[in-house]
Design a protein around this ligand. Structure first.
Ligand SMILES: [Zn+2]
Ligand SMILES: [Zn+2]
Length: 222
């Protein structure tokens, strides 16, 4: 389904057995970025490529919110097909490098490793056509987790930090519950209530709704 927010279009695909949300963000210029391509099976790659072709989009960047296996399975495919650079936070480079060692344990024997090209920093601005996304550093689920915040269109592409009435797990290497709760309170709950959160799994939600109803976010580290 395509989501229209002003001139920003947000296309979501649900890929791989982890039911991961892959996003294509684009606007009227037809420039797009691919965020967290989880496509692994051939039909998933075709679905992604067909959408890009049908909408006459030009892929300018490949972005990862973080580098767990479910979010990076399609990195090599996107990078090679569209000759684009991979942007991640430096702190998730070890997370990305670890994937090829454990991919076979999850049955992903054909996972292809790719190196990052550009490191993202808190406060960086990613342009997608006429749209601007600010990089928020939100570690805790992964050590180099980032989110992409579009103030004007009131959306944040949040990865696995904050879900509808849940939060990201913190038991994986580099995860930390206090750090995650701090990221949510300091970086996400300080955004306006009407910001829509597009998470790495499950349905979208809003900052205001999660502040009121998320059972995990009553937790503080103080
Ligand atoms: Zn994750
Ligand atoms: Zn995930």
């Amino acid at each position: 389904m395509t989501k229209f927010n002003g001139m920003l279009h947000i296309q979501v695909f649900v890929f791989n057995p982890f039911q991961e949300n892959t996003y294509i963000l684009y606007d009227e210029t037809n420039e797009c970025v691919v965020v967290d391509p989880g496509c692994y099976e051939e039909d998933e790659k075709i679905e992604l490529a067909d959408f890009i072709e049908a909408n006459n989009l030009t892929v300018t960047r490949l972005l990862n919110t973080h580098c767990h296996i479910d979010h990076v399975l399609g990195n090599a495919f996107v990078k090679e097909k569209y000759k684009t650079k991979l942007y991640i936070h430096r702190n998730d480079e070890p997370v990305l490098r670890a994937v090829s060692a454990y991919a076979p344990n999850y049955g992903f024997n054909l996972y292809q490793e790719t190196a990052p090209d550009v490191f993202l920093e808190e406060g960086d601005v990613i342009n997608v056509g006429n749209q601007e996304f600010e990089v928020l550093f939100v570690p805790g689920h992964a050590p180099g987790h980032v989110a992409f915040y579009n103030k004007k269109e009131k959306v944040v592409i949040g990865g696995d930090v904050l879900f509808q009435n849940s939060i990201g797990r913190t038991d994986l290497p580099g995860g930390n519950l206090d750090t995650l709760i701090n990221s949510i309170h300091q970086k996400l709950f300080t955004l306006p209530d009407d910001i829509t959160v597009y998470p790495g799994h499950g349905p979208k939600t809003t900052i205001g709704f999660e502040k009121l109803t998320n059972p995990y976010c009553a937790l503080t580290t103080n």
